[in-house]
Design a protein around this ligand. Structure first.
Ligand code: AMP
Length: 201
């Protein structure tokens, strides 16, 4: 199963990515997490990405696509994968399609988590991550950066949903509600039955 998970910042992509990927037995690959690990590890990639991330802008396609290709070439991604936070531009979506097609593969299911913008701002301004055992606000979760990230999503990433809709792959998922409810909507959309349910018709 090869899944793309789309949705604005604050829609709950990270949480759903872990749960859905776990249910399918595939790795959840988050480009944001890979960039953040590189920033903390002070790698060259981290240094290249940091300025864009701090400003709430997208890291250039060239850098991001090369990083994703490397990650998808790792052995655990052979059985499938769930991409969280990639593609975020039409150019990334096209390059992903082309590099998968070179390998005889394609994306099977695209999920877009839908949450209205007031709720997103509310969730992001209250969000904390744990660093060294302490809850801290991510630099890019500060209110003015949040507003900018939502603008970037509207302008650059929302069209990616249209790209997949045209390909007949997109399911829009109402992402308001309990984590488990949203997961079940997503699993249904990717054609997976609930645990214990018979698939016989
Ligand atoms: P996220 O954790 O997915 O919200 O990503 C955090 C930041 O990493 C984004 O605001 C971007 O600066 C960068 N980033 C993550 N994924 C991508 C991507 N597919 N293309 C460009 N930049 C990305």
């Amino acid at each position: 199963m090869r899944i793309v998970l789309l949705g604005p910042p604050g829609a709950g992509k990270g949480t759903q990515a872990q749960v859905i990927a776990g249910r399918f037995g595939i790795p959840a690959i988050s480009t944001g997490d890979i960039f953040r690990a590189n920033v903390s590890g002070q790698t060259e990639l981290g240094q290249q990405a940091k300025t864009y991330m701090d400003a709430g802008d997208l890291v250039p396609d060239e850098i991001t696509v090369a990083m994703v290709k490397d990650r998808l070439a790792e052995p655990d991604a052979k059985v499938g994968f769930l991409l969280d936070g990639f593609p975020r531009t039409i150019a990334q979506a096209e390059q992903l399609r082309d590099s998968l097609s070179d390998l005889g593969h394609r994306i099977d299911c695209v999920l877009e988590l839908v949450v209205d913008e007031d709720e997103l701002v509310r969730r992001l301004s209250g969000r904390r991550v744990v660093v060294d055992g302490k809850p801290v606000q991510r630099d890019d979760d500060r209110p003015d950066t949040v507003r900018h990230r939502l603008e970037v999503y509207r302008e650059q990433t929302a069209p990616v949903a249209g790209f997949y809709e045209e390909a007949g792959l997109l399911s829009r998922i109402d992402a308001i509600g309990e984590v488990e409810e949203v997961t079940e909507r997503a699993m249904d959309a990717c054609g997976a039955s609930q645990p214990g349910q018979s698939t016989a018709s």
